[in-house]
Design a protein around this ligand. Structure first.
Ligand code: ARG
Length: 606
């Protein structure tokens, strides 16, 4: 990674002056974010990081004094060409040509590993990480929360896998409970085998709604449902086989939808798996003296003297959501022994996970420290024109039909071969970018108008930028080696801004990997797209790579033969175009890498 080389070199110098081991300094040196204001330096070192103990004891002017003193002691060298000071920072400007060359070289050499093959990650121990996400409830609505869980969990899994961890993706289906009693009892009246085959999720949901209504009016149906569920819990063959059928056809359809989203799972688990193991959890709680009974016979556990108790057992002895989660956690730990176990759900479930982790602690499972709940906020107003969102496809279909309409009315739309695939990728990018822009725990108001804007900070804009850069490669061809490029031709402010931005990629990935917030990567990619658009406008390219290279070679030899400087005007142009092509190619590569981490498949045409 390009930035590492510079960080190390700056750290070595600082280390001599400060007499601090250079490893301790590296993490306080970061690439300066590109901003509209004129930028001073490519890297900055935060001086407060080396002031003794906590820097709270230092006033601003103290820090500034130390900063100036430190800067005076540092010298320029072959890498650092300029040293200046900012607010509490010493700023370093790297030799321009070395900067451009190193960044481009690393982007080309590292390919999809650019930013990841960085010392920020190579020092991290490789871990086993379990990510549980999506987890819809069969026969119930797939609400917006499930969509968020799906794309956020997928991102967390992608990122962790990319940086070298071993990741297992689990879908913990809501595949147990009274809804199956109702479905089982009511399918004979309201169900159709045919519809179940062609449209399982939709059909089960419809049947569920109908039986639910009927059971409210008819005590008999209610009793039948209860009977069915009781038999199911007792694992009676006929009931289990119908339940299994419902579950199987549902998963089949889920898999198809997840495919459209580019999401897959290593394991389809579910609440149903833990029916029996729950009894063991209850026994354990009882044995250790934590299980108390209310007068009605409900099983409860007190986490503190004053707090409310958690219910872990119904009066009829059956388990609850919480009990099943306890059993599932214990089972997963036994099976996978992960270093981290992540649960992705909306924030209304935060108390549930807190209780669950606390009970695990009571039971003496110290590994509860390795469990982590990643909560996210609510989305308001995600509706389709037909009405409320009931299934995941509704959102995806609506996104696609809106993209399609916009494209039909736009003059710039290009003919593409597999339009449908492209449309889906654009629609999904729009949803993902909108969702990942803010802090995950924040609520946000959804607006189709906003997510589908082709300019501005949207997924459509990012896809558009990628497609534009890709078509540039199609027209001009691609450069295969940076060593052929003369980087003196990439010193325009627009080119330098892009290079400086590419320099920061590893730090941005690192930040997201630490707090599991995709927003750092999203804003990075949006800036990259804006910088690319500005550069594309100011730095045009004319000609194709083979033709340019050929012409350049010919010019060089002709000029050399004639004893003239090869840097003629024409030659200058040729070299410049080649260098620009190389820069845009690097930008597209990093843009595509980042998009894939977020769960977006880049489109090549739109
Ligand atoms: N099926 C649940 C729901 O839709 C989400 C499951 C979350 N995961 C868990 N281990 N509790 O609310």
């Amino acid at each position: 990674m390009a930035a590492c080389r510079f960080r190390r070199s700056i750290a070595a110098q600082l280390s001599r002056v400060l007499e601090v081991p250079s490893e301790n300094l590296v993490k306080s040196i970061s690439a300066v974010p590109v901003s509209k204001k004129r930028q001073s330096g490519d890297f900055q070192f935060f001086v407060s990081s080396v002031l003794n103990a906590n820097s709270n004891n230092y006033s601003r002017s103290d820090i500034q004094l130390q900063t100036e003193r430190l800067a005076e002691k540092l010298k320029c060298d072959t890498v650092v060409k300029e040293i200046s000071t900012g607010e509490g920072t010493v700023n370093f400007t790297i030799d321009r040509e070395l900067l451009v060359k190193t960044v481009l070289q690393h982007v080309f050499e590292d390919g999809s590993q650019y930013g990841i093959r960085s010392e920020l990650f190579s020092k991290l121990p490789k871990r086993k990480i379990l990510v549980e996400f999506s987890s819809p409830n069969i026969a119930k609505k797939f609400h917006v929360g499930h969509l968020r869980s799906t794309i956020i969990g997928n991102f967390i899994a992608n990122l962790n896998e990319a940086i070298g961890h071993q990741v297992t993706r689990i879908n913990y289906l809501g595949d147990w409970g009274m809804q199956f009693g109702l479905l089982g009892a009511g399918f004979q009246w309201f169900g159709s085998e045919e519809k179940l085959k062609s449209n399982p999720l939709q059909h089960l949901f419809e049947v569920y709604v109908q039986v639910n209504k009927a059971s409210a009016e008819d005590e008999n149906i209610k009793k039948l449902a209860q009977d069915f569920f009781r038999k199911l819990e007792a694992r009676e063959e006929q009931e289990v086989s119908l339940w299994q059928h419902f579950r199987d056809v549902s998963i089949e359809e889920y898999v198809q939808i997840y495919k459209r989203l580019g999401v897959c799972f290593d394991e389809y688990s579910g609440e149903s798996f833990y029916q029996e193991k729950c009894q063991e959890v209850l026994k354990m709680l009882d044995r250790k003296g934590f299980l108390k009974k209310t007068e009605e016979g409900t099983g409860i556990v007190y986490l503190s003297e004053k707090g409310d108790p958690c219910t872990v057992m119904r009066s009829d002895g059956t388990s609850l959501y919480l009990t099943r989660d306890l059993a599932a956690a214990i089972d997963r730990m036994n099976k996978y022994n992960p270093d981290t176990m992540i649960y992705v759900t909306d924030k209304s479930q935060t108390p549930h996970f807190q209780q669950m982790f606390q009970i695990l602690k009571l039971l003496g499972y110290e590994w509860m420290e390795r469990c982590q709940h990643v909560p996210f906020g609510r989305v308001q107003g995600m509706k389709t024109r037909k009405g409320e969102v009931v299934f995941l496809e509704d959102v995806l279909d609506e996104a696609c039909s809106m993209v399609l309409e916009k494209r039909a009315s736009s003059k710039t739309t290009k003919e593409v071969d597999n339009t449908l695939e492209t449309i889906e990728r654009i629609g999904l990018a729009a949803l993902i970018i909108q969702d990942f822009r803010g802090l995950l725990s924040s609520d946000y108001q959804f607006s189709w108008e906003r997510v589908l804007q082709s300019r501005g900070d949207t997924g459509v804009f990012i896809q558009y930028t990628h497609a534009r850069l890709h078509s540039l490669e199609e027209v001009c061809g691609t450069v295969s080696q940076v060593s052929h490029i003369n980087t003196t031709f990439l010193q325009d402010p627009q080119a330098i801004s892009l290079i400086q931005h590419l320099l920061r990629y590893d730090e941005v990935l690192y930040q997201s990997s630490q707090d599991l917030q995709p927003k750092h990567i999203v804003s990075y990619l949006l800036t990259l797209s804006h910088l690319a658009a500005a550069a594309h406008k100011m730095l045009p390219v004319k000609g194709s790579v083979p033709e340019l290279a050929e012409r350049q070679k010919k010019r060089d030899t002709e000029r050399q033969h004639a004893g003239r400087n090869p840097h003629s005007d024409e030659n200058y142009q040729l070299c410049m175009w080649l260098a620009r092509i190389c820069l845009f190619q690097a930008v597209r590569s990093v843009l595509a890498n980042g998009m894939k981490l977020l769960g977006i498949t880049p489109v090549n045409k739109m």
